[in-house]
Design a protein around this ligand. Structure first.
Ligand SMILES: Nc1ncnc2c1ncn2[C@@H]1O[C@H](COP(=O)(O)OP(=O)(O)OP(=O)(O)O)[C@@H](O)[C@H]1O
Length: 240
């Protein structure tokens, strides 16, 4: 469903993403973990076409990632939610529904607004929303077109505990529906229960790419180790 080959993204002399290759099969849920500055957001932004890659090949559903065919297949929830200042919350949903040709969107839109407790904020303008509300609107907009693939960049940041719980449930529902998900996060616990596989990035390189069980087995002295222990062990010299 997603294929990334020899992706490099260079900022000046620094390779923020340093020749990484990986694939996501249809229906796979993969957590992208890594310390600050590891290259998670840069990787995501290159995949969705927000940043121009320096080199490498990326295909989504067999199409070049910059093609319209690829863009029809995915939604992206950025780390910093972007909303339109002069559209209300409901108008955001209407805009997305029209842009993606979503029929009968109103009912699903209302369900999403209810789920994220935005139903009484439907007439609020984007510019008047708090950061957490913007994040919720961003998630609702991403879910409305019912995409096959979802890219979530730190989706829990800025959400209140109830919204975090709801988002976890949304992940479980999406997984059950067979959606393909790549989710970058610092909140290791939030992916542990749903991820089929974890990729750990450090200094722009993938240093671990396996099931949690296999990664734990590979890690030294991993008896009873939590995913957090493993993560810290693999990334401990990240500041070298
Ligand atoms: N616009 C930019 N110009 C120059 N360097 C950048 C730019 N954006 C990111 N970088 C650098 O690229 C590297 C990867 O950054 P990136 O934001 O992808 O990391 P991240 O893993 O998402 O980090 P975090 O967990 O802190 O969000 C970092 O060293 C960062 O300083």
């Amino acid at each position: 469903m997603l294929s990334v080959s020899n992706l490099i993204k260079r900022y000046g002399k620094q390779n923020a993403v340093d020749d990484i290759s990986f694939e996501l099969g249809g229906g796979e849920v993969v957590g992208l973990l890594g310390p600050n500055g590891a290259g998670k957001s840069t990787t995501m932004k290159c995949i969705v076409g927000l940043l121009r890659k320096t080199s490498g090949e990326i295909t989504i559903g067999g199409h070049d990632h910059l093609s319209v065919e690829a863009k029809r297949l995915f939604s992206y929830i950025p780390e910093t939610p972007y909303v339109y200042d002069l559209l209300t919350v409901r108008e955001h949903l209407q805009f997305i529904a029209q842009a993606y040709g979503v029929r009968d969107w109103k009912e699903k839109g209302e369900e999403l607004l209810n789920l994220f407790e935005l139903d009484d904020k439907g007439d609020k303008l984007g510019r008047d929303l708090s950061k957490g509300m913007r994040q919720k609107v961003s998630i609702c907009c991403a879910l409305l077109p019912d995409p096959d693939i979802l890219f979530f960049d730190e989706p829990m940041i800025g959400l209140d505990p109830k919204a975090i719980k709801n988002t976890r449930q949304v992940f479980r529902d999406l997984k059950e529906q067979g959606k393909t998900i790549l989710v970058s996060t610092h909140l290791i616990d939030s992916v542990e229960s749903i991820a089929d596989r974890i990729m750990i990035l450090k200094n722009g390189k993938i240093i671990g790419n396996d099931t949690i069980q296999n990664l734990k087995a590979q890690a030294e002295g991993s008896d009873g180790a939590t995913l957090e222990d493993l993560f810290l062990q693999l990334t401990e010299d990240a500041r070298d």
